[in-house]
Ligand binder design. Structure first.
Ligand SMILES: [Cu+2]
Length: 142
C-alpha cells in the first residue's frame, strides 16, 4: 500500500460526508453508509437512521432502522431488506436478503446471525412501491 494511497484514504475518512459514499471496491452497487446513528438521506423526501439495538457480539443481534420524512414524521411505507455477510469470505455466512419486520412502534427490525469474529457487512435495500430507492452497506468489525 503506497503512502499516497494511505494519505488520500485518511483525507477521505476525515472529510467523510453525511451522505452515503460511492460504492467501495467489492461493494457492488451498495454505497457505504455513514456511521450508525447518523441521519442518512433516503430519496428526496426521507431520511433514515440505523444501528444495532445493542453492542454487536457473537450470536444473534438485532439491526434497527427508522425512517422519517424530511419534516421528522415517522414513515413505515418502505420495504427494507438486509443481507449479512463477511466480505472476506463472501457467501460463506450470507443470510440472503431478509425482510425487516415492522414493530408496533413503526421501527424496522431484523435479527442478524454473527457467527464468527472478523469483518462483517450488512447490505440494506430500501424499496418504495416496489422500486429500489437506496442500496447501502454498513461495514464493521466484530
Ligand atoms: Cu467468516
Amino acid at each position: 500500500m503506497s503512502k499516497v494511497f494511505v494519505a488520500s484514504a485518511l483525507v477521505m475518512l476525515l472529510a467523510s460526508p453525511v451522505v452515503a459514499a460511492p460504492p467501495a471496491p467489492g461493494q457492488g452497487d451498495f454505497a457505504v453508509l455513514p456511521k450508525p446513528g447518523r441521519k442518512v438521506p433516503l430519496g428526496k423526501d426521507h431520511y433514515f437512521t440505523y444501528g444495532f439495538t445493542q453492542q454487536p457480539k457473537l450470536g444473534t443481534v438485532v439491526m434497527r432502522v427508522e425512517v422519517f420524512t424530511q419534516d421528522g414524521k415517522r414513515d413505515t411505507t418502505f420495504a427494507i431488506q438486509g443481507d449479512a455477510d463477511m466480505p472476506s469470505m463472501r457467501g460463506a455466512h450470507s443470510s440472503g436478503p431478509k425482510a425487516f419486520a415492522l414493530s408496533n412502534k413503526g421501527v424496522y427490525l431484523l435479527p442478524v446471525q454473527l457467527v464468527m469474529p472478523g469483518d462483517w457487512e450488512i447490505r440494506f435495500s430500501f424499496l418504495k412501491n416496489g422500486q429500489t430507492v437506496l442500496r447501502g452497506a454498513y461495514l464493521f468489525d466484530l
